[in-house]
Design a protein around this ligand. Structure first.
Ligand SMILES: NC(=O)c1ccc[n+]([C@@H]2O[C@H](COP(=O)([O-])OP(=O)(O)OC[C@H]3O[C@@H](n4cnc5c(N)ncnc54)[C@H](O)[C@@H]3O)[C@@H](O)[C@H]2O)c1
Length: 263
């Protein structure tokens, strides 16, 4: 007997998740699979994608560099051929250039815009015929960087534009039965932090003190919100960006403690 109460929540659904060879995307693939879905793991890291797919019943892996327009569009057709359709598209893959603004190159700027904004545009456009046959859902993983300044100008601009695209496409595709939503996570402990940890092993401890709920996020925090937004429980929710950030953007407790007496 299966003890998972969610075991049939996405039964019979096909879900394309980009960037699912690591971090949040990997956890999404695991959680959607545990809810009965078949997932297509799309990633530039083909070996990682294959490893995750091999560990999940019914999953398939596809290698694609989502900065490349043709390969990005082709992947949708490959997934439809392999899984017979797409019910949910999760635009999760991202790049984030860490150069200071004064040194940010055209190449870095364009790469972040290509992977973080243009790929979701291309994938969604290509998925519309499949999604509109099945009351489909598009979920865009954005970031608190889209809402406030945290550095990383190219990444932040791309994520902010992706929130705009989320709202536009919710309106445009609503009449076709397609919902489009976004999740804006705060700091989530995943391999995306590895480079910064190598430079400063204390970086995540420093980040934690800014969070009212007293801890950083986990991939499961994002997965819980994602399962809700992609499920029938959210069938009247579209165009929304759900902030999943432990209270980070609700206010500034550290500042308040420093400048308001007796806090
Ligand atoms: N981790 C955080 O603190 C955090 C915070 C806010 C938002 N997010 C967002 O969550 C999402 C997932 O981030 P994560 O922390 O799991 O990162 P991660 O680095 O663990 O995973 C990202 C995945 O995207 C893939 N990818 C990168 N470039 C690609 C390309 N050109 N084509 C195809 N795949 C590519 C990588 O190979 C990797 O598997 C991203 O959209 C990120 O912006 C993360």
């Amino acid at each position: 007997m299966n003890n998972n109460p969610d075991a049939a929540r996405f039964a019979g659904k096909s879900i394309l998740i980009t960037g699912a060879a690591s971090g949040i995307g990997q956890r999404l693939a695991e959680r959607f699979t545990a809810c009965g879905a078949r997932v297509a793991i799309v990633d530039i890291d083909g070996e990682g994608a294959r490893r995750i797919a091999d560990s999940l019943p019914g999953a398939i892996a596809l290698t694609a560099d989502l900065s490349q327009p043709e390969a990005t569009r082709q992947v949708v057709h490959d997934v439809v051929d392999a899984l017979g359709g797409i019910d949910v598209l999760v635009n999760n893959a991202a790049t984030c250039a860490d150069s200071p603004f004064e040194e940010l190159s055209d190449l870095e700027w364009e790469r972040d815009l290509a992977v973080d904004l243009s790929a979701p545009f291309r994938l969604t456009q290509e998925c519309v015929p499949a999604l509109s046959q099945r009351g489909g859902v598009v979920l865009n993983i954005v970031s608190v960087n889209a809402l406030q300044y945290y550095g990383n100008e190219s990444y932040s601009a791309a994520k902010a534009a992706l929130i705009s695209l989320t709202r536009s496409l919710a309106v445009r595709l609503g009449p076709r039965g397609i919902r489009v939503t976004a999740i804006a996570p705060g700091t989530i402990v995943t391999p995306i932090w590895d480079e910064r940890l190598a430079l400063d092993p204390g970086v995540l401890d420093k980040a934690q003190r800014w969070y009212p709920l007293g801890r950083l996020g986990t991939p499961d925090d994002v997965a819980n919100a994602s399962l809700f937004l992609c499920s029938a429980d959210a069938s009247w929710i579209t165009g929304t960006t759900l902030v999943v950030d432990g209270g980070l953007t609700a206010g500034n407790a550290v500042m308040a403690q420093e400048i308001v007496p007796a806090q």
